[in-house]
Design a protein around this ligand. Structure first.
Ligand code: NAD
Ligand code: IPM
Ligand code: MN
Length: 360
């Protein structure tokens, strides 16, 4: 079959990791008889430099017309890059928010799984790493603080900044449903994470999640406060199956979840809506500190491409093959520097891509 993929390399390590994911997709195409047609789209800093804005209307339209989007990362050195002085709505990251909102990608799935080969790279206590874990964070992606009204103004001569966190019940209901549907195909356990001891938005979150839960009697639902969740993730990650949470909490908890898998370079993601369309990107950023050095771990992006095969193209066999190839590479003790430990073979970003292709 033929598939049209919009490819957004973005900034920093983006072009390097996306190149490896495309290489893997092309190898899947050769092996299984598919053709992936790519259209490159500018977004982030690279778009600001070329077009003056982080995402042009044409770029959004190209993404919209495709069957799925593959994205690297956007952004520069935090607080220091040439885009830093721009207002928030014109910075590289604004392009990412605009594409998520513009394509209505409200459900961000971030699976965190500890490969047994990476126990050595896991910073948790040995017995916790030995127990392993396999969770998926279902992060609401088009609401909350990221999309609320914001302003900076002088109030009585004092500079004052405001961000607002708003959710309506429909936004909560659709992400809750997504989480329960996913749980039905897994271990039937949902932990809803919020701050309902303080926030109104979390109180509404709780109420709506409880209503949705009634349609899924087989699924066990627990509510957990976000501060406790941050702690439980390092104490006993095996307790988590599906975690559903709002946008900002999901952002923070998924970086934490990524590190206990060994490295943020391992954490893939899919941003979905109700139909088959999706945007696939690693959970990490543009990593400007290692950009252009062939050091980045491309596995998160390659596993995101596997999610694309599974969720947008219904190519389960092909997705399995990519995931198996990643596992095989780890079994064969091949590592990028972020997951390196004693006795392993160190490779660069490009070589990691090659090794995965060789094992497909
Ligand atoms: P980051 O995720 O880019 O990097 C954090 C640390 O993890 C760095 O030391 C980096 O070298 C390392 N790292 C990240 N990905 C890696 C990989 N694949 N292999 C090996 N090491 C990896 O986060 P940051 O430094 O806070 O942000 C840098 C820029 O990226 C900022 O401009 C930020 O806004 C942006 N950002 C973009 C996205 C995105 O596009 N989805 C996500 C997060 C951050
Ligand atoms: C992520 C990133 C983005 C987010 C930033 C770059 C806007 O951190 O995808 O996790 O906060 O969603
Ligand atoms: Mn993040």
């Amino acid at each position: 079959m033929n598939f049209n993929v919009a490819v957004i390399p973005g900034d920093g390590i983006g072009p390097e990791i996306v190149r490896e994911a495309q290489k893997v997709l092309d190898a899947v195409g050769t092996k299984f008889g598919h053709v992936f047609n790519y259209t490159e789209v500018d977004m982030g800093g690279v778009s600001i430099d070329k077009h003056g804005v982080p995402l042009t209307d044409e770029a959004l339209a190209t993404a919209q017309k495709s069957d799925a989007v593959l994205l690297g990362a956007v952004g520069g050195v935090v607080g220091k890059d040439s885009w830093y002085e721009l207002p928030p709505n014109l910075r590289p990251e604004a392009g990412l928010l605009a594409i998520r909102k513009g394509l209505n990608l409200f459900a961000n799935l971030r699976p965190a799984y500890l490969y047994k080969e990476l126990k050595g790279a896991c910073p948790l206590k040995e017995e916790v790493a030995d127990a392993g874990f396999d969770m998926i964070i279902v992060r609401e992606l088009t609401g909350g603080l990221y999309f609320g009204e914001r302003k900076t103004e002088e109030v009585d001569g004092v500079l004052t900044a405001t961000d607002t966190l708003t959710y309506n019940e429909n936004e909560i209901r659709r992400i809750a449903k997504k989480a329960f549907e996913i749980a039905m195909k897994r271990r039937k356990n949902v932990i809803s994470v919020d701050k309902s001891n303080v926030l109104d938005s979390s109180r509404l979150w709780d109420k709506v999640v409880n209503e949705v839960a009634k349609d899924y009697p087989e699924v066990t639902l627990t509510h957990m406060l976000v501060d406790n969740c941050a702690m439980q993730l390092v104490k006993d990650p095996a307790q988590f199956d599906v975690v559903v949470t709002e946008n900002m909490f999901g952002d923070i908890l998924s970086d934490e979840a990524s590190m206990i898998t060994g490295s943020i370079g391992m954490l893939s993601s899919a941003s979905l809506r109700e139909d088959k369309f999706g945007l696939y990107e690693p959970s990490h950023g543009a990593a400007p500190d290692i950009a252009g050095q062939n050091k980045a771990n491309p596995i998160a992006t390659i596993l995101s491409a596997a999610m694309m095969l599974r969720y947008s193209f219904d190519l389960d066999k092909e997705a399995d093959a990519v995931e198996k190839a990643v596992e095989k590479v780890l079994e064969d003790n091949i590592r990028t520097v972020d997951i390196m430990s004693d006795g392993m073979t160190l490779v660069g970003c490009k070589e990691m891509g090659d090794e995965i292709v060789n094992r497909l």
